[in-house]
Design a protein around this ligand. Sequence first.
Ligand SMILES: Nc1ncnc2c1ncn2[C@@H]1O[C@H](COP(=O)(O)OP(=O)(O)OP(=O)(O)O)[C@@H](O)[C@H]1O
Length: 302
Amino acid sequence: MHSVVVENLRKQYKENVAVDDASFKVNEGETFGLIGPDGSGKTSIFRMLATLLVPDGGEAHVCGWDVVKNYKEIRKSVGYMPGTFSLYQDLTVEENLHFFATIFNTTITENYSLIKDIYVQLEPFKNRRSGNLSGGMKQKLALCCALIHRPEVLFLDEPTTGVDTVSRKEFWEMLKKLKKEGITILVSTPYMDEATLCERIGLIQKGRLLSIDPPQVIIEKYPKALYAIKSHNMIELLSALRELPLIGSVHSFGEHHHITIVDRTLTLLDIRATLEKELPYPFQIDKIEPSVEDCFIQLMEK
Ligand SMILES: Nc1ncnc2c1ncn2[C@@H]1O[C@H](COP(=O)(O)OP(=O)(O)OP(=O)(O)O)[C@@H](O)[C@H]1O
């Protein structure tokens, strides 16, 4: 059974096609990630699924309900945490929670077990106005408010953007616990390292889904051998590599450049020997396993 079914979904803002024939399914109880850079259409998809934006084409169903015809039923069944903090800044933590519980005709106590682990971290600040919370605390409060009516499906649009590394880690731990409660989670992120924390991911670029698979499968499908190379002057190295006919692609990744080689038959020893002739300075090169980000770049260049 699928909690979310998206079929040829389309959204256009004047000439700008934000979502272009997107199709994917999210299984019941699954944690599914929409991974893509800014402007790739993630928010537009979330807003259509949360029934806040009407599609221009295609269909989408959430918990079996049609996003256009059955929007009232969907709103009762889902929790939505938008990308920007959208709680009432002038209300305290506790007041915000009460407000959202009341809207959904429930109480904090009724579903306390679901939010308990998150709320205990917020409790010391329960009388603080939400506008005065730290980024990590705002994110936790927004998650509690999205969960207060015990939704079947949780939509989290870039929940970790702009949040420090520790809070990001904590947030993913919280999602693991929610998964155990049987909640289906559709989460978006521009951080490729978070992709591996999802059961399946959809890589999205310019409103189009490039690939949908478990992260490990996406990595296994990477079609080439990949190498990481570094030297004392990385800028000079980058320019030199771009000029070499041997090199298929080159991209900077932190301390290294990741390269592929045109001739697939060459071994690491062959490549090292060829580069030693071409580069007049010491360098270090190793064969590596691609990351989701490498896969994303490769799919974009196809
Ligand atoms: N209301 C709007 N009017 C016009 N263009 C829009 C509107 N909302 C989004 N867009 C454009 O649609 C495209 C997809 O935007 P969307 O916000 O869905 O992507 P995103 O992946 O969530 O990116 P971001 O993280 O930057 O919000 C972008 O080019 C964006 O500029």
